[in-house]
Structures are given as C-alpha cells and as structure tokens.
Design a protein around this ligand. Structure first.
Ligand code: C2O
Length: 548
C-alpha cells in the first residue's frame, strides 16, 4: 500500500460563470477541486491550509475512518474549524472500500465550491468485478450561485426565510450550453465506437437531488457510494446530494454528440425546472465535423428525455433496483430499534424578535429536525468533549422514537411543527446491531431527504411510501442482498430502513445532505464507545488538531 501526500490550500480565486466573475473559495485555485486517486488499502495524508477569510474543514465523504475519527472533518463534531491562517493534516487509511467517493468542506455552505472526487481503485493487483473500462471520467454534479453562498445562508439564517436557490446546476463546475455565456466551456466526455467507459457520477449539489441521463445510451450501474452493486441497466439515475453512482456506458450509437444532462428531482420550492438543466457532451471522436475539423466535431448534440421534477415513480424505480452483488451478512437480530422522523418545521417567532427575522411562511422561521429535535452545533467538538469528559457540550438523551406516533402526511398538530433545539446525541454500545427507520414527516413540504451517516456504511433493507407499518413492512425487508450505501434517499412522503453494526468507535454525525436542512437542524450524532465505555481506543487527537 502507498502513502499519498497532498497539500490543499483553501483560498479565494476568481471564477467566471454565467457571464460574471466572482471571488470564489477553492482548493488550490481549482473549481471543482483536485481529484484524489488511491487504491484500496492506501493511506492519504492531506495537509489543509486555510488562506480564505472563512472557517473551514474538509470531510472525506463515505470514508469509514475506522478509529481515525479525528480526520472525519465535520466542524464542531470531530474538530474545531481550521481558522483563517491555520492548517490541519488529515491522515487516514482506506480499508476495504473501492469505487467513487468525494471530499468536501464541512463548514457552513463552503462546500458549494470546495469539493472534489476521491477515486478508490481496487487493491494493488486486484481488478474490477466488471469489464475493464477503456476510459474513466468523474462527473461531479453541482450548483452555482451568482451570490456568495456563505452570504446566501447567512441571509436565510438572519431572516428565517428559505435561502435563495442556485443560479445554475453544473457538471464538473460548468453549467453547460443551455446557460448564458457557458457554451464554449461545456465539458466534453470523449468516447470511441465500441468502447466501454466508466462514468463516476457524484451529486455534489448543495440542496438538490438530481436526475441524470445520457441521450440514446443505456447506463449499467456497477457501484454506488464505493460499494459494488449487482449490475443493472437503466436510462436515468437519481442521486441525492452525497450519493455517488458508477455506470458503464458503451459507444454503441451512431458517431455523433449526445448530451449528458442533469435536472432537478423535487426541490424545496416545488417548482418545475426551467432552464435548470446542466449539460456536458458525450462526443464520439469520429463524429462528423464538416465543414472544418479543426475544432473537433460540430454536430448539434442530441438531448435526453429527463423525467419531470416530481416524477417520484422514476426515482423510486431506480433506487429500488439496487442489490449487493451477492448474498451479504445483514444482522438478523437487532439490539437497537430506532425510529427517526426527518422533516422540516416552522417555528413561531418570539415576541421580542424583530419582524425582519421572521420572514418564513406567515411570520414564522424555517426549522428542521429529527424526532422533533433540531440539532444545534456546539462551540467545541463533540468528539473532544466525549473523549475528555468535558461537560456541558452535549447531552446523550436524543429520543430513540418520535414524541408520539402520528400520521406522516404533514397533517399533524402544530406542536410537532416546532421542534426543540438541542445538541443531543444517542449512545450506541460498541458492536451493537442497529436498525433505523427513517420517516419523512412531510411537514411544510414533502421532500426527498438524502440521509448520510458518517463513519459507517449501512444496508438499505426497504423503502416505501406513506407511514412505515411496523407489522407489515418488515416482511418486505431484503435480508439477502440489500445494497450498501452511506447515504439513503428517503422517499418523498415515505420511509426507508437501514441496518449497520456499530463497530467504529467515535462521534458520528447523521444528517440530511441538503445543506439548507443541516443549517435548520436536520441532524443528530451517534456516540459509539469502544466497548469499555470510553474512547481510549481512538488515537489521541493529533497535535495539530484545531482547537476552539
Ligand atoms: Cu458529505 Cu456530513 O457530509
């Protein structure tokens, strides 16, 4: 195994998009940031220096971080932010994971521009469990704001209103040629007749689940969230923010140009997409280029048919197609049977609040919660507080169930629209077998919530619509070959059930990967001990760990 050393400098960089130049925060001046490529078993050592004027941290999304919790990255959970002028070196080893992951800032909304691909090739000497692709291309789906994303979220927090939506979706940082001033920078993905290539699709968008499709080409899914899947063929993918999906694509169409395109699946605004379709071009190298071939092929690309923004049937048909490649060992007995609601809320405005701070619907403020607890990030890291027994930072009384059973159609008593704020965690005994039912509450608006668990991969046993039924739905659980993921797209107006074994001591954030929902509190933490009640089995904090 190799040790890969990298330096990341977080800095302000001029980036021109949609006809305007902005000062954006980037890593090493690149947007999206550098792609990291490693083999399963390798070690990454990344020194991050913060030269921007914002606090920053980097999270390695989906990396298990077995006993290296100090390198996980979410601010105020496993570390304090790296202050402007500071630096911190993340060290971790990739153990048993292969496929596509990514890294991103985990501080305010910095990840809007601070993100990149993390590609894990098979162990030295091993090969893919599918046809070796001729070429591999990372496809990072993102969102671009004309305004500074940090100002956008600050404005929302100040007013209590929903934040402004982005001005473009992007593929590898480029909106593509349906947007103004973007056409000459549209990303080109080359292919040759007859060859099979791998596309590593990552949804790095801040707040938007996305459909993805390639005109006239079938996509064979082989992996998701760095776990191999039983291959299946589809024409459209749906990825919640945080999720990755690797697909094989074969050059079996007439040599021409075909759009790769992504468009919104649901959105907080419930608005149909307009020009918000981002494109790149799959280009056969032998495509016609008359009258002159100096600038490569010139034929107009063919557009795929993307589903409507509210096409939940297509989204669910896709997510339900995933299987592990073979029979897996799902814990059949469970020690922890947890039921977490995920959803939005609206807080009444306290009397002493100024009206301009209450610009949510009917003079309220937006909020979000799990089990009616709206997560508040503390001011020092929870991992540090847990390991060093520092009192007053968090409580370990996160409710294992919602306050009362109710109908998850949004039609519930007003008290359930108003979660209580708190920094509350849930303790898991080391080695315990955990099941979590995640139920969308549909309060305020039904949405697809991409729920991400740090420090673990989990099996998705089932998903469904309406209210989870504890009598009947367990009969539908796939205990044979359920897919393994690190982020589950909890269906709109529905539920999903996950299972994992708590075999990684530390403090692990679980949250909705729509950043606006983290801002509003749709998060909680698991505190996993090492079997003797404390955390000595985690390495002590690195000497350069940023303190608060
Ligand atoms: Cu991809 Cu908590 O993050």
């Amino acid at each position: 195994p190799k040790i890969h050393k990298h330096e990341f400098v977080i800095q302000a960089t001029k980036v021109k998009r949609l006809c305007k130049t902005h000062n954006s925060i980037t890593v090493n001046g690149q947007y999206p940031g550098p792609t990291l490529e490693v083999n399963n078993g390798d070690t990454l050592v990344v020194k991050v220096t913060n030269k921007a004027r914002y606090n920053a941290t980097i999270h390695w999304h989906g990396i298990r971080q077995m006993r290296t919790g100090w390198a996980d990255g979410p601010e105020f959970v496993t570390q304090c932010p790296i202050r402007p002028g500071g630096s911190y070196t993340y060290r971790f080893t990739i153990q048993g994971q292969e496929g596509t992951l990514w890294w991103h800032a985990h501080s305010s909304w910095l990840r809007a521009t601070v993100y990149g691909a993390l590609i894990i090739h098979p162990k030295q000497g091993d090969s893919y469990p599918f046809t070796k692709p001729k070429r591999e291309t990372a496809i990072l789906l993102g969102e671009w704001w004309d305004a500074n994303p940090i100002d956008v979220v600050r404005q929302a927090t100040r007013t209590g209103a929903a934040p402004n939506v982005s001005d473009a979706y992007t593929i590898n940082g480029q909106p593509g040629d349906l947007y103004n001033c973007s056409s000459k920078d549209t990303v080109i993905v080359p292919i040759d007749v007859g060859e099979t290539n791998l596309l590593r699709v990552i949804n790095a968008a801040l707040n938007q689940p996305l459909f993805f499709s390639v005109a006239n080409h079938k996509l064979t899914v082989v992996s998701a969230d760095a776990s191999y899947t039983k291959p299946f063929t589809t024409t459209v993918l749906m990825l919640g923010p945080g999720q990755t999906t690797d697909v094989l694509i074969t050059g079996d169409q007439p040599p021409a140009r075909y759009y790769l395109a992504a468009s919104a699946y649901f959105s907080a605004q419930n608005a149909a997409f307009d020009n918000t379709t981002t494109t790149a071009i799959l280009e056969y190298r032998s495509a016609p280029c008359s009258p002159n071939c100096k600038n490569g092929p010139t034929v107009k690309p063919i557009m795929p048919q993307l589903p409507a923004f509210n096409d939940t049937n297509t989204a669910s048909a896709f997510t339900r197609s995933f299987r592990s490649p073979r029979k897996v060992e799902v814990p059949t007995e469970i020690d922890e049977n947890l039921f977490f609601t995920v959803g939005l809320g609206l807080n009444n405005c306290p009397n002493n609040f100024r009206a301009r701070r209450c610009q949510g619907p009917n003079g309220t403020r937006f909020t979000a919660s799990m089990n009616n607890v709206s997560f508040v990030f503390p001011t020092i890291s929870i991992l540090q507080a847990y390991q060093q027994n520092i009192p007053g930072v968090f409580t370990a009384d996160f409710p294992a169930n919602p306050p009362l059973t109710f109908d998850y159609t949004g039609n519930v008593s007003r008290s359930l629209w108003q979660p209580t704020p708190g920094t509350r965690g849930y303790k898991l005994k080391y080695g315990s077998r955990v099941q979590i039912v995640l139920q969308d509450t549909s309060i305020v608006t039904p949405e697809n919530h991409p729920i991400h668990l740090h420090g673990y991969d989990f099996y998705i046993l089932a998903e469904g619509f309406g209210n989870f039924n504890a009598q009947n739905d367990p009969k539908k659980f796939n205990l044979v070959d359920p897919p393994m993921r690190n982020t589950v797209a909890v269906p709109v107006n529905g539920w999903a059930v996950i299972r994992f074994v708590a075999d990684n001591p530390g403090v692990w954030l679980m949250h909705c990967h729509l950043d606006v929902h983290i801002t509003w509190g749709l998060a909680m933490v698991f505190l996993v001990d090492n079997g003797v009640g404390a955390l000595q089995s985690i390495e002590p904090p690195p000497a350069d760990l940023p303190l608060c």
